[in-house]
Ligand binder design. Sequence first.
Ligand code: NAI
Ligand code: NAD
Ligand code: ISE
Length: 342
Amino acid sequence: MTIRFGVIGTGAIGREHIKRIQNKLSGGEIVAVTDVNQASAKDVVERFELDAAVYPDDKALISAENVDAVLVTSWGPAHEASVLAAIEAGKYVFVEKPLATTGEGCMRIVEAEMKHGKRLVQVGFMRRYDSGYVQLKEAIDNNFIGEPLMIRCAHRNPEVGENYTTDMAIHDTLIHEIDVLHWLVNDDYKTVQVTYPKKSKHALEHLKDPQIVTLETNSGIVITAEIFVNCKYGYDIQCEVIGDEGIVSLPEFQSISFRKNATFGTNVLNDWKDRFIDAYDKELQDFMDSIKKTGEPNGPTSWDGYIAAVTADAAIKAQDSGEKEVVSLVEKPDFYNQYQTI
Ligand code: NAI
Ligand code: NAD
Ligand code: ISE
């Protein structure tokens, strides 16, 4: 059985996912595309020589009879409407982060999925598939460092465009740490606070960069996350978990080392496409394999999307207030307790 995908949003990551489904992974094909920029959708079909129809909008694509699953790679604020329409039509959805841009929006999706009665949605929190984070999780689960007490991490992009705003540091960038860290230590967040160090001269006028986000979990683990999206030198993701018996750290990206011009060095990557290439492959392969095997996706759920959005909402409030803000989640519905996601 081949899963026939309709893609909503043919920008940067939409194109990456289309290429991997068509050329690299097994069991899927692209049969439909749409984008608010119709020229972009048509360009993708021609450029990648797809046997796919171009639809005028998400609703038309979702209702196409030959679309089994929808890949939502539009910009964040458009995700909720497309995901709700796909659930309404009973179609599987792989949606890039964020599931929706607010906790309320994610809750509407959670409620729609529960009403449908079976899982349809997987959220693109690909770090859970990254071998480095998987090794960290195994070490923590096996009690290798005892009880985790603190986490120090950094999320650095070389630069961002002028559309990138201060709140995006949370709902577009930190959202990856928000998801992967509570999964890593199997805990939920209690409070969040944001502080601003001295501003980088490379950050545009409207943007506060870097930012330091401090998260506290229910069990008392304190996480310090640096978000620095104009760091200039490369795309760099760091994570160190400090326990009462030892410390584990995310492996550095593997690269040759070199000795040249009186320097001993290794390369640092420049963007997310390369840093998490294996994780993107694995998450989408898992989505397809799991649907074929069990009739439901297996990766991060709508509930995970909800946790991330509620935490992001509190962090955005903390950006303005400068105070410690409370993260208030409602109780996890039984529906999601039955899913042991990766
Ligand atoms: P992009 O701006 O390159 O592409 C977005 C595309 O969606 C554009 O072509 C735009 O015209 C289209 N679009 C926007 N609204 C639409 C709508 N209502 N209907 C149809 N098309 C619409 O953005 P990019 O970088 O590809 O990001 C897309 C999504 O992927 C975002 O949610 C982003 O957070 C996520 N993303 C995830 C990454 C990850 O590491 N998991 C990395 C990069 C992006
Ligand atoms: P992009 O701007 O390059 O592409 C977005 C595309 O969506 C554009 O072509 C835009 O025209 C289209 N679009 C927007 N709204 C639409 C709508 N309502 N209907 C149809 N098309 C619409 O952005 P991107 O970098 O590809 O990011 C897209 C999504 O992917 C975002 O949600 C982003 O957070 C996510 N993303 C995830 C990762 C990751 O590491 N997982 C990396 C990059 C982007
Ligand atoms: C982008 O949308 C991503 O998801 C990348 O992984 C992240 O590093 C970047 O900051 C976001 O803008």
